[in-house]
Unconditional design. Structure first.
Length: 783
RNA sequence: GCUGGAGUGGUGGAAUGGUAUACACGUGCGACUCAAAAUCGCAUGCCGCAAGGCUUGAGGGUUCAAGUCCCUCCUCCAGCACCA
């Protein structure tokens, strides 16, 4: 029976009880098996949540409530990734301190999450902008510095002219624009801090194989991002006495290398004595002006300038070949120089056509030709042989670049070093952490390559901790991604001010067992894996990977099929849905919409369907009788089995569907009090408020969420009879109802007795019988 | 271009190689109602009056049996892409 109820009153009542009884506080003392369930923590933006945001939180709430009821000790915390540009831009616009804006937004987010009935252990709440938190972010930086994995560089980097800060490659959209503001990003040489993530490239790549519970597309995205290419470095001597080292994946084509190309930024370009200095200089200038988009557009015609008066020797042929600079060679990939093989590379071919350079075919059908002593060798063997002959080195190179780690902005963790006039870079002593982010008058970026912190003289000017002489603090701050690269560890030991994490606690809780979120296929998940491996190397953590299982979340689009955005005015606020339809309805609906990883459009009609289900459950007690038909008992146990395994596998849509089937059947028949209570427990993780209310309605005085999750009794789940399909010559022609363990003879007898099948038996004799118990009976009938 | 994933009713989608289209939405008809909403019942892949036939992007193959496995192709989504 459909039964409406005052969801608002019920939700408020139970949320308050859960809160005051510390229902979800994780103590960490028990000997139960642990499970660490984590959401990608949100950035608390001023816009608040839309209905798409809680989808992942609903899933982890269900999962962790289920695990809790099933006898696990569950860690399910929540926190805030609160450093970053949006808070800072908001502060600039509204003249409010970012801290104030962030605090307000967090309060709003927390209230919105509370309305959905989530079971977070708020005693472990963390905030990346809290000095007690970023003290340890700075600690990790100092450890990286100590191990030689953080260094200063002056290479040209991505510069966003609108955000007025340097950016990492990971902060760019695929078209080369700024991920935050959409501006076209420039290359700009400046001093910056860089983390040597490339040292971990091989391990990050190889260890992906151990992540058997990660979606394939995420692992693939990471492989693409790291982009390892196997090849060789080969040295070319120049007439000037210098050496150019090129990287190639095709050393087997060395005999076909008819010229060299250097990136315009290549260090040799300014050192070499070229005859056409002004033309070369002009080209270098021009390349520097270009945006990344222009430079990497494969459509446009190749340009370049020959370095006149310079010749290189092809070490295989010992012939002189010309040397060019061109912007189709990228300074940040490989060695920034290539050997051009126009006969076997499209780009080189295009360039050679334009500059009328010779082409030599050296490989034919995978076999070498025009390659002297190597003729007749296959490509793979030739690679090694030729590299050995010319004294090259087999090596690999990566698309991944080191992580540009400094930002010229205010709202981030200060990088904890001092620049001393005599000692150079001096780390802040560990015991002086945290380096507090100081108050400033203006948050605006300066645009000079210095952060606003540079203007605070009494903060900047300090004595060197090493020699006591004059020093200046580093004024750059860390990027948005710093705090989120290790936050999952802080939840385990959130109040520790002596160490990043207590080793015993780390051993108990790490790694994260189930990590849920979307969007961050490369950025966050690459950075966090990098830091985790580093922390493994310095014995802070005991596993090589931070997240054992990753469940990728599909987004919720607006009802019009577009992204929910202010711009389209199609945002649905979960608060409104909670008010109108109830938190349990919203939870069930978002899980029922489709597979968890699918992106699906919001549907108000679909929401109503979930609401009807919730209301039917509310009326289910009217069908409770003294006894119940055997098929209801059977269905209950089948449903329990299905729901359990579906939750485990994050197949929430089919779990809800199975429970709907049970309710439909129970309404048509009857169910016992025992089955009714089992069903309430089964549904409890999905609809925590209603089930708590119904549980109390059964005369229970303790929370349903502290009950043991129902277990299926296999013996009760077995069918007395099954209906199986009957095929004649492979085509479905009808069905028979039969004992699940009936033998072949019985099945054939049943089929023969089935009136609707009689005409097929009249067509001839049974030539062959295929019978799979409980599944199918297939009869070959013919003359 | 390379790589990964996916194509099933009007819609979201279900299906350990074993009766394709569960569940939900929508729609139609009926009940209740003065009426409407809500609710309840029945129907609902396509063609056909019916018997029956056809159907999981297209085409082949393996199998007693294919949405599911294999091959070729098409389309869509995602990541990477002048990366040597």
């Amino acid at each position: 029976m459909h039964k409406k109820f005052d969801h608002d009153a019920i939700e408020k009542k139970w949320q308050e009880k859960w809160r005051t009884s510390d229902l979800y506080k994780t103590d960490g003392e028990s000997s139960k098996k642990k499970v660490y369930v984590l959401d990608m923590f949100p950035y608390p933006s001023g816009e608040g949540l839309h209905v798409g945001h809680p989808k992942g939180y609903i899933a982890t709430d269900i999962y962790s409530r289920f695990k809790h009821m099933d006898g696990y000790e569950v860690l399910h915390p929540m926190g805030w990734d609160a450093f970053g540009l949006p808070a800072e831009n908001f502060a600039i616009k509204n003249k409010v301190h970012p801290r104030v804006a962030v605090e307000k937004n967090i309060a709003n987010f927390k209230a919105q999450l509370a309305h959905l009935g989530f079971n977070y252990d708020w005693s472990r709440e963390i905030n990346t902008t809290d000095p007690e938190y970023y003290k340890w972010t700075q600690w990790i930086f100092l450890k990286l510095l100590e191990k030689g994995l953080a260094y200063e560089s002056h290479e040209p980097i991505n510069w966003c002219p609108s955000c007025q800060t340097g950016l990492a490659n990971e902060d760019l959209e695929s078209d080369g624009t700024c991920e935050r503001c959409g501006s076209v990003v420039e290359k700009r040489p400046m001093r910056q801090w860089v983390l040597k993530i490339t040292d971990y490239a091989d391990r990050m790549l190889e260890d992906l194989e151990t992540l058997t519970e990660w979606p394939e597309h995420i692992k693939e995205a990471q492989r693409n991002w790291i982009g390892r290419s196997e090849g060789a470095e080969i040295d070319f001597k120049l007439g000037s006495g210098d050496t150019v080292t090129v990287f190639t994946t095709r050393p087997d084509t060395l005999f076909g290398a008819t010229y060299l190309v250097l990136a315009p930024e290549h260090e040799l370009v300014s050192k070499l004595k070229v005859e056409n200095r002004s033309a070369v200089y002009a080209y270098v200038q021009q390349a520097a002006q270009k945006t990344e988009i222009d430079r990497t557009n494969a459509e446009k015609e190749k340009t370049g300038v020959e370095l006149q008066g310079i010749k290189a020797i092809n070490p295989a042929t010992n012939t002189e070949i010309p040397v060019f600079i061109s912007d189709y060679v990228l300074s940040h990939y490989g060695t920034g120089a290539i050997m051009a093989v126009p006969a076997h590379d499209e780009r080189d071919h295009e360039f050679a056509q334009k500059f009328q350079l010779p082409e030599t075919v050296v490989v034919n059908d995978g076999v070498l030709v025009n390659s002297g002593e190597f003729d007749g060798l296959n490509s793979e063997d030739a690679k090694k042989a030729i590299v050995a002959k010319v004294g090259g080195r087999m090596t690999s190179t990566y698309r991944l670049n080191d992580w540009v780690f400094s930002r010229q902005r205010y709202w981030g963790e200060p990088i904890p070093v001092i620049h001393c006039e005599s000692c150079g870079v001096v780390p802040i002593p560990y015991e002086q952490l945290p380096v507090m982010l100081p108050e400033v008058e203006h948050y605006e970026p300066t645009g000079t390559g210095e952060s606003p912190l540079a203007a605070i003289e009494d903060w900047v000017n300090v004595d060197c901790p090493k020699c006591g002489g004059k020093g200046k603090r580093e004024t750059n701050t860390m990027p948005q991604w710093a705090g989120s690269s290790w936050y999952y560890l802080r939840f385990i030991d959130p109040k520790n001010d002596q160490a990043l994490i207590d080793p015993a606690k780390e051993k108990k809780w790490a790694p994260v067992d189930v990590y849920v979120g979307g969007d961050h296929a490369v950025r966050h998940l690459i950075y966090a894996r990098f830091w985790h491996k580093f922390l493994y190397d310095i014995d802070v953590v005991h596993t090589i990977e931070p997240f054992m299982r990753l469940e990728f979340l599909g987004f919720i689009l607006a009802e019009d099929g577009r992204k929910m955005s202010k711009r389209w005015g199609n945002i649905i606020n979960p608060d409104d849905i909670v008010k109108q339809n109830g938190a349990d309805t919203l939870r069930v609906y978002e899980m029922f919409m489709g597979p968890f990883e699918n992106t699906v459009a919001w549907s108000t009609n679909g929401l109503v369907g979930a609401q009807r289900f919730i209301e039917r459950v509310n009326g289910l007690s009217e069908h409770v009788k003294d006894g119940e038909p055997a098929e209801i008992t059977r269905l209950l146990h089948k449903t329990i089995k299905k729901v359990r395994s579906d939750i485990e596998e994050f197949k929430f849509n089919t779990a809800v569907s199975a429970m709907m089937i049970f309710v439909n059947a129970a309404e048509k028949g009857a169910l016992s009090q025992e089955s009714y209570e089992a069903f309430i427990k089964l549904l409890a993780p999905f609809a925590p408020h209603l089930t708590e209310e119904l549980w109390a309605g059964c005369g229970q005085t303790t929370s349903v969420h502290l009950e043991t999750y129902p277990e299926a009794d296999e013996s009760l789940a077995i069918d007395e009879t099954v209906t199986i399909g009957v095929q004649i010559n492979g085509k479905s022609r009808g069905s028979i109802t039969i004992a699940p363990d009936a033998d072949e003879a019985e099945a054939v007898t049943m089929a023969k007795a089935e009136p609707s099948l009689a005409k097929y038996f009249a067509e001839g004799e049974i030539k062959k019988v295929i019978y799979v118990q409980g599944r199918i009976l297939n009869l070959m009938i013919g003359q």
